[in-house]
Ligand binder design. Structure first.
Ligand code: OX2
Length: 851
């Protein structure tokens, strides 16, 4: 360990983070070397892209040392390790984050300037690593940042998709998807591990043989198709520490084993082509958020990934602990991010019983102690079920093991509740019609803890979808870990000005508060300091200008940064209710037009009815999700009409920012006055963008759903605009719709009438949207919440006042900016560092390592 300590402070030969931070000359020297020898270019034709590559490589070289040292230290210390299995890691850009976590931003900026480059332009060259859909994948990215920053020994395991989430273009007001080939230029942040190759089998058959050691019969699986999993590693630097964990993503590659039957039959091309098929496993991320499609390739992805990861984890364990399997739960914790990695439970059981000769009961005891499962949704269309036939064909041995797990489990249930026959049917891993494997049930049975992602959600899973399992296992197996976000990316990186102002107020020049976010509370001291409120507001104004510039460049619409920025950016989904938001915008527009017809002037409207605002939307729709695409189309058409109506001055603008992603979120979140988190109560498990907006000083308009509830509790209900029906009433309201029909309020009727008259283009385009509410039961309760939403907006306007970009407006400062400061002061709870500590204590039973 001493040696490692010395190494991490540098030797003469190796570049080192400390060199780069302390010695700009060193940076420049290394940079030039990368340009000239690494990229084979001269400094005279080094453009921003080459500069990005060279600068990244320079920093990465230094980071890799910390990374290697961390691995060695963790091996020597031999503490318990955490493995976070997630099919999605929505990382965004790496370079800016590395500069911040390694504290070499200023030096890099200066060095690059000396070399003739501007840091922001260089950073802008990096494509997002967009290996995820939305909140679930971004959560995983925040968690790996916190694992490193809080000195845990924790790796992420995922897939290295060649195509991340599609790029969204808006053409003629419709979403068009284009592929995201993010690895077009080699990625300087990936360390390819060609030597780490793990064979993964599919198909084939199961046979029995006598184990020569024990004389007992045992099962064996002979796979029919073999693919190699090759590791690609991302070093994950922590903030203020040299603890640098690893995110290991698997690439599928063909084996060198050739199909000789085909080859001998003269079909050389065919035998090569089938080899190529291997790579298709990791070629593309499934673009669904909160929806499972049930495609064979998806199941292949899942098994490929968990088989490689489990093998890698076990290999590492065996290096130090040989076959001391009873130690596994003290050495390893595996967290399953949703049910996608549930096969890890089955694979681990298979490895232990079939390959390592452990007895079933002992093995199962180990598996359950090692694994834990996080649920992210109660929505039925998102819960995975795989057809038994498909599982049996692709993974014959695994299906047998699943049946055995189910058999032993049902025996236990029967003993507990002998009189309740129906219970067995309800909790069985196998659903009968159609015959399928219920992955969530398997995940619960194979885990020692199951957690939801916000308090309300964690309560809901116990009383709805997993109710029977509470009966079987008791309620202590079910727990809550409210989501969080990393303040390094979502405050420091996204909002340099605000994070600097906070650092100044907390007298914390080194930004240590970023790993101790509770310190934000100290901002409360300044709540009556008018100068401070003005400074705070000025930061917001600058961030709004930055956002306005993004909007201009993306949509060519001018939005006035002095008006209220009212934002809803997230995946497009009926349950998230972007349709309700755009209907409210239409209502506002119709009302303004009505007033104008009555002869009321714009000035008077501004004075008596509405403040000026820009409604800003963004988010991707799954390519096969018709309703979501219709919502995008409506938003764009409404924007066309309103933005081209020059009689209404700047009273209202509507924009749809195309291709919402992590790096755009970093500009959008700091620039919001108000953001919408308006899901039907009980549908949004947590939401994390609510946290990003609130941490950046935006106020929230939201329903009593997901983490909004806890945000309200932390920052005070008077600082958040909550509205709408409660989760406990949702079922009753749906039933009422069914029995009595949907009651559409007058306000919403006006909106529907305008749409059906064709004011926003062809009414047929929006028929499904309108009919879904009026005639087909309004499942998401838009009709029930619409007027409450409009009322909440009235409160927003009153509070915001006529700010007009004038930071001296005392009413605005007193009412709005105060709330903004108070909110930020109380957002400390929502750091993902706190989440990781909670997982560590309640679920993984691990402690941070000693550095
Ligand atoms: C999302 C949930 O919809 C969201 O509420 C939550 O904040 C996020 O996960 C992180 O926990 N797919 N995406 C989610 O759930 C599923 C399933």
């Amino acid at each position: 360990l001493d040696l490692l300590e010395k190494k991490s402070h540098g030797t003469n030969h190796e570049p080192n983070i400390h060199d780069i931070v302390e010695n700009p000359q060193k940076f420049e020297e290394l940079f030039v070397r990368h340009v000239e020898t690494g990229l084979g270019r001269s400094m005279y034709n080094c453009d921003n892209l080459a500069a990005y590559q060279a600068a990244s490589k320079t920093i990465r070289d230094a980071l890799v040392l910390d990374w290697a040292n961390t691995q060695q230290r963790q091996t020597i210390q031999d503490g318990k390790r955490v493995y976070y299995l997630s099919l999605e890691f929505l990382m965004g850009r790496a370079m800016d984050n590395a500069l911040i976590n390694l504290k070499c931003e200023t030096n890099t900026r200066n060095s690059l300037r000396d070399l003739g480059f501007n840091l922001e332009d260089v950073l802008d060259q990096e494509p997002d690593a967009a290996l995820g859909n939305g909140g679930l994948g971004r959560l995983a990215a925040c968690f790996v940042d916190s694992l490193s920053s809080k000195n845990y020994s924790g790796w992420g395991y995922g897939l290295s998709y060649q195509y991340g989430i599609f790029k969204q273009k808006i053409v003629d007001s419709y979403q068009i998807e284009t592929p995201d080939y993010w690895l077009k230029y080699s990625n300087p942040w990936i360390v390819e591990r060609h030597e780490i190759q793990i064979p993964v089998d599919f198909y084939g058959y199961v046979y029995e043989e006598i184990d020569p050691n024990t004389g007992k019969t045992k099962k064996n699986w002979s796979g029919g198709e073999r693919v190699l999993a090759v590791a690609a590693d991302f070093p994950i630097p922590g903030f203020n520490t040299n603890n640098t964990n690893n995110l290991r993503l698997w690439n599928a590659k063909p084996t060198n084993e050739f199909d000789f039957t085909k080859f001998n039959a003269g079909d050389y091309q065919q035998s090569v082509a089938s080899q190529q098929r291997a790579e298709s496993i990791t070629s593309v991320l499934y673009p669904n958020d909160n929806f499972e499609e049930g495609k064979e390739l998806r199941l292949k992805q899942q098994y490929f990934w968990v088989a490689a990861s489990i093998h890698d984890i076990i290999r590492r364990f065996k290096k130090t602990h040989k076959a001391a399997w009873h130690k596994l739960p003290d050495q390893i914790a595996i967290q399953l991010n949703d049910t996608h990695p549930t096969l890890a439970i089955v694979e681990l059981q298979r490895v232990l019983i079939d390959l390592e000769g452990v007895e079933w009961d002992d093995a199962w005891d180990i598996v359950v102690k090692v694994c834990a499962y996080t649920n992210h949704t109660v929505m039925l269309e998102a819960l995975e079920k795989w057809p038994v036939d498909l599982v049996g064909r692709l993974l014959p041995r695994h299906l047998e093991i699943i049946y055995d797990i189910n058999y032993f489990f049902l025996q236990k249930v029967q003993k507990l509740y002998p009189e309740d026959r129906d219970l067995l049917r309800r909790v069985s891993i196998i659903e009968e019609d159609p015959k399928s494997v219920r992955m969530a049930y398997l995940a619960i049975i194979g885990s020692h803890k199951v957690n939801g992602v916000a308090e309300l959600h964690s309560e809901l899973i116990k009383t709805t979808i997993f109710k029977d399992f509470v009966k079987v296992f008791g309620k202590d197996k079910f727990t809550n870990v409210t989501n969080g976000i990393t303040p390094r990316r979502w405050l420091r990186q996204a909002n340099p000005a605000l994070s600097a102002l906070i650092a100044k107020k907390l007298e914390d020049p080194n930004y240590n508060y970023l790993t101790n976010l509770g310190r934000l509370k100290e901002l409360e001291k300044f709540i009556d300091d008018k100068e401070f409120l003005k400074e705070w507001d000025a930061v917001k104004f600058e961030n709004k200008k930055r956002l306005a510039a993004l909007i201009k460049s993306e949509t060519n619409v001018d939005v006035d940064p002095t008006v209220l920025f009212d934002i809803q950016v997230k995946r497009i989904h009926e349950y998230k209710r972007q349709q309700m938001n755009i209907f409210a915008v239409i209502y506002r527009y119709l009302h303004i037009k009505e007033l104008q017809r009555q002869g009321v002037s714009i000035e008077e409207i501004k004075e008596k009815y509405y403040i000026s605002k820009a409604s800003i939307f963004g988010g991707k729709a799954a390519p096969g999700y018709y309703m979501a695409k219709t919502i995008i189309h409506l938003i764009c058409k409404v924007g066309e009409v309103i933005n081209n109506d020059d009689t209404i001055d700047n009273l209202l603008k509507v924009v749809f920012i195309p291709d919402y992603n992590v790096s755009k979120a970093e500009i959008i979140c700091p620039g919001s006055d108000l953001s919408n988190h308006i899901s039907t109560a009980g549908t949004e498990a947590s939401g994390t963008s609510n946290m990003k907006f609130a941490l950046n000083g935006g106020l929230i308009i939201g329903t009593v759903d997901g983490a909004n509830v806890e945000i309200a509790r932390e920052i005070g209900e008077e600082n958040i605009f909550l509205f709408g029906n409660l989760a406990e009433n949702v079922e009753e309201l749906r039933h009422k719709h069914f029995v009595e029909g949907v009651h559409v309020p007058k306000t919403l009727q006006k909106v529907f009438a305008a749409i059906e008259e064709g004011q926003f283009g062809n009414p047929d385009d929006f028929k499904a949207l309108v009919d879904g509410i009026r005639d087909h039961g309004d499942y998401y309760l838009v009709s029930d919440d619409f007027d409450l939403f409009l009322d909440a907006h009235k409160k927003v306007e009153k509070t915001f006042g006529h700010h007009g970009g004038d930071s001296d407006d005392p009413a605005h400062l007193q009412r709005w900016v105060r709330k903004s400061v108070w909110s930020v002061a109380n957002m400390g709870f929502f750091s993902s560092d706190r989440c990781i500590d909670e997982y560590a204590e309640d679920i993984w039973n691990v402690e941070p390592s000693n550095i």
